[in-house]
Design a binder for this molecule. Structure first.
Ligand SMILES: [Zn+2]
Length: 311
């Protein structure tokens, strides 16, 4: 019998990650490229096609060994048709039928979804939310993304764009957000906002998030106050999520999750003191387990689930 593999791709504003997996999601090979090197849409698509072909050849495989290719993409996607509506941080993409283009060029089956959804799928199947039934997963970085698992399935919503926790307003009025709304959670706890706050408080031109975590860890009161503020604002947003969805698990990943206990303690405390008592007791807050690999793993899981469904 032919041995089968899956290719998982995670396209981000910064990195293009390609990984080859066995059917049990064991990683066999991987490659990271810099998204910015490819500029226009056509060059980026060509880079994806080349990377898939290369990873197959480099591992002495043929197309027949590949069950399918999964892609995690940084924007709203029509999952059924495989159409990219647009990418907020990569210009030049508007209603692109990426599935069709890639399937024609690769002669392989292609499946795609939003990157935060695939991170949630990966954490649910193999990471911090394993064994959970209802989970909410967040990635904290420049943007704040989210994915929702309900009764063991990814909840996508009516146009596949559910889970945008970063764009839940947490105030009546507040800063304008690039989504067109204002007072979005992302404008309060996105990387840029935290760094601006740190620069103001420490009166310095640059304070990195790593430095800010380190300072808090060594009991710097000002740094601790910044993280506790971030934890509280995030906690307040999650109180709404907990009351609305009654999840048993909330997974927090992305760069900011590395701030560790100082952030997680405040999030947990805020949920415990402000969410409704039954919901608050049911939920565990956990740090994501799969790190940067979550996107490609989620993409591989997506392929396996789709192909299984069709059989
Ligand atoms: Zn927004």
């Amino acid at each position: 019998m032919t041995k089968r593999y899956i290719i998982g791709i995670d396209l981000g504003g910064t990195n293009l990650r390609i990984a080859l997996f066995g059917l049990g999601f064991k990683i066999i090979d991987r490659k990271n490229l810099n998204t910015a090197n490819f500029g226009q849409k056509e060059r980026l698509i060509a880079a994806i096609v080349d990377s898939v072909n290369n990873i197959i050849e480099n591992n002495r495989l043929i197309k027949n060994n590949i069950l399918g290719v999964g892609l995690g993409l940084p924007g709203p996607i029509d999952v059924n048709r495989g159409v990219v509506h647009f990418f907020p941080n990569i210009p030049g993409w508007c209603e692109v039928n990426l599935k069709k283009i890639l399937e024609k060029n690769l002669k392989l089956q292609v499946f795609m979804d939003n990157d935060a959804n695939l991170m949630a799928l990966a954490e649910y199947k193999l990471g911090a939310a394993k064994g959970s039934k209802n989970a909410v997963c967040l990635t904290l970085g420049t943007g704040v993304g989210g994915g929702i698992i309900i009764e063991g399935n990814l909840y996508r919503g009516s146009s596949f764009t559910a889970g945008e926790i970063g764009h839940m307003p947490i105030n009546e009025r507040g800063p304008e957000c690039n989504c067109g709304g204002f007072a979005c959670l992302e404008s309060y706890i996105g990387n840029r906002r935290i760094m601006r706050e740190a620069q103001r408080i420490f009166k310095r031109d640059e304070v990195s998030l790593e430095e800010l975590s380190r300072m808090a860890y060594h009991n710097n009161k000002k740094a601790a106050r910044i993280w506790s503020g971030v934890g509280e604002r995030l906690g307040v947003a999650l109180v709404s999520v907990v009351n609305l969805l009654n999840p048993d698990c909330i997974v927090i990943g992305g760069g900011l999750a590395n701030a560790g206990r100082i952030l997680f303690d405040k999030v947990e405390e805020t949920i415990l003191t402000r969410a409704m008592i039954v919901q608050a007791r049911a939920v565990k807050v956990r740090k994501a387990k799969l790190g940067n690999g979550a996107g490609t793993i989620g993409a591989a899981i997506l392929v396996k689930e789709n192909i299984k469904m069709k059989k």
